[in-house]
Design a protein around this ligand. Structure first.
Ligand SMILES: Nc1ncnc2c1ncn2[C@@H]1O[C@H](COP(=O)(O)OP(=O)(O)OP(=O)(O)O)[C@@H](O)[C@H]1O
Ligand SMILES: [Mg+2]
Length: 249
């Protein structure tokens, strides 16, 4: 397979588009289980009410693992928000309605988010007492059986040429509390210097859903602790401040 058309590049993987297919090619040595896990997660979500690109195959190309899915022809919500700022409210509604619908899909085959967060928080830089407090809070999450995308942001939503909404990038999907997903999206906007949009997103999400704002804000210190060690160095102080915020009881 000749791979030429790069659409995104990270240190550990490159995304290509060829002949109506999207190829996510991981670097040599990248854990095979992570590649199969992402493909499996995406496949599980294919059967839901959310439009998800079909996984075609998992393959080895010159000693590197890749997984291939169908290409959705359209634009990401991130691109559209930049191109048509006057339509921001409309796009935000699509973004939130899709996130709410996604959270209600069947989650029983997905890995528990509490376990994923717990492992990361356990080896984080936080003080032992904070880690302990957070681990206790995570136990509450085990009561929730909602779909958490884990990286729900406008670059992972595609609007196709017929206006249909698709959700991509299912590497981090798990079963847990929808409020944690909303807290993560809120932090994502702030980490990408979109502070005004993050507040607007949160306000609109609360209006549309049954989740209270206080409940979402309570998840922010835990989510910040979860993503702290993988965040860019210049973003860590912002996350450390969130971690320190009092949890409102
Ligand atoms: N099935 C698809 N159809 C069309 N475009 C896609 C598809 N999958 C990915 N893309 C494009 O490639 C970009 C990167 O893909 P993806 O979001 O899966 O990985 P990533 O953002 O690089 O990964 P991560 O967020 O895990 O670091 C997307 O923002 C989108 O523009
Ligand atoms: Mg992405």
């Amino acid at each position: 397979m000749k791979l030429k058309n790069v659409i995104s590049k990270r240190s550990y993987k490159t995304v290509y588009v060829e002949d109506g297919k999207i190829i996510k090619l991981f670097v040599k040595g990248y854990p095979k289980t992570n590649v199969f896990n992402e493909a499996l997660n995406q496949t599980r979500m294919e059967g839901s009410e959310i439009n998800v690109p079909k996984v075609i195959e998992v393959v080895e190309i010159d000693g590197c693992w890749a997984f291939i899915s169908e290409e959705i022809k359209g634009k990401t919500l991130e691109q559209l928000m930049i191109e048509n700022p006057d339509k921001l409210d409309e796009y935000l509604d699509i973004f939130i309605d899709t996130q709410i619908l996604m959270s209600k899909q069947n989650s029983f085959l997905l890995n528990p988010l509490a376990h994923r967060m717990s492992r990361r928080i356990a080896r984080s830089e936080l003080r032992a007492t904070t880690r302990y407090d957070f681990q206790i809070r995570l136990e509450e999450m085990e009561q929730f059986h909602e779909v958490v995308h884990g990286d729900y942001n406008p670059s992972n939503i595609i609007i196709d040429d017929n206006g249909k909404v698709w959700v991509i990038d299912w590497a981090h999907v798990s079963e847990g509390n929808a409020a944690a997903d909303v807290a993560k999206t809120y932090l994502w906007f702030n980490l990408h210097d979109q502070n005004e949009l993050s507040e607007k997103y949160l306000k609109r999400y609360v209006e549309k859903s049954v989740i209270e704002e206080k409940f979402i804000r309570n998840w922010m210190p835990l989510v910040a602790a979860w993503i702290l060690d993988t965040a860019l160095e210049e973003k860590k102080s912002y996350l450390r401040n969130i971690v320190k915020q009092e949890i409102m009881r």
